[in-house]
Design a protein around this ligand. Sequence first.
Ligand SMILES: Nc1ncnc2c1ncn2[C@@H]1O[C@H](COP(=O)(O)OP(=O)(O)O)[C@@H](O)[C@H]1O
Ligand SMILES: [Mg+2]
Length: 353
Amino acid sequence: MQDKDLQVDKVGMIYKLPDGGSVEALKDVSFELETGRILTLLGPSGCGKTTLLNILAGFLAPTSGEAKLDNRRIEGPGQDRGMVFQQGALFEWLSVAENVGFGLNMNVDSREQTIRFLRNLLFIVVYLVMAAISVGIMVSIMAQIVQIGPLAQRPLINNLAFVYIVGVIISLAILRYAIPPVRDWMRSNLKTEKEREFRGIVDGYLDTVGLGGFGDKAVYELSGGMQQRVALARCLANDPDVILMDEPLGALDALTREKMQGLILKLWNETGKTIILVTHSVEEALYLGDRLFVMAPRPGRIEREYDLPFAKQGLTADARELKTSPEFIEKREEILSLIWEMEEQIMGHAGEA
Ligand SMILES: Nc1ncnc2c1ncn2[C@@H]1O[C@H](COP(=O)(O)OP(=O)(O)O)[C@@H](O)[C@H]1O
Ligand SMILES: [Mg+2]
């Protein structure tokens, strides 16, 4: 066996519930995954997919069995594994580039931190001076209008408190549009050397996920698909051996989802990383997985395994053609009927209970 293989040996997870009961989220899950493969996990809600990923990420310790990466037992989170969540895992208050470079930026020395602190202080001072000037100008303009203009006779408007409030509101609106250019200027002109170097690396990863030039945008300015690209870039920037993705495309519309599937295949091919991806979609699991596990619930387990050709074919073939090919449709129907059987068993048991 090669190095860096992932080995999962009889992993079980029993959650204790507050009422004294327990849930067997995983039972006797065993598999090996060679480096550089892309495995998809498919199964109904509650079959333990997220639990399994969390164990592999090191966020949870299994209650029995063990998982090993590169022959070392997984005992906590580590740089060798990266996680991409369904959505909402970006830092909203940081720019796109700061999100991607988050892991990289952690080892900035104290001189750099001082420079950054002074830069932020300068920004706040500039902002306050601009605010004071702008409010002053606005209030005096308003006062002029009220004194000499046609509005001078109106009692409400001829009231200094009113003039002041409107002046402040208008100034704030002006500042709302003045802040981003000032901030961007400060970001690009007052960078430390190390930040410039980081930025080069970060921009490289943004290019990889098709977001070149978006580094200075705020997270909320991006669509859902673009945010997932940022999450992917952030994960890649930490250079993990294994990328774990928990329904990363689940919240996207159908078209964006297809595009992102293509991107994941491209990244898989270009980086040679091991990927484990959870999905609810049979089509997605077939298209992206060169291995696929269908999981079943109660207790969560691997019900059936497949080795598939489609992910490799998808690197060159047209996605729609591949997904409508007879071989693909045959596998899709096979897996769908397996899932239906499982659902019926569950419903049957529920009926008996
Ligand atoms: N923290 C927890 N405490 C108790 N039960 C949990 C907890 N997390 C998950 N479970 C239960 O474990 C089972 C598997 O959950 P999960 O791994 O989230 O499944 P999936 O991701 O496949 O939907 C479910 O029955 C779920 O209710
Ligand atoms: Mg889940």
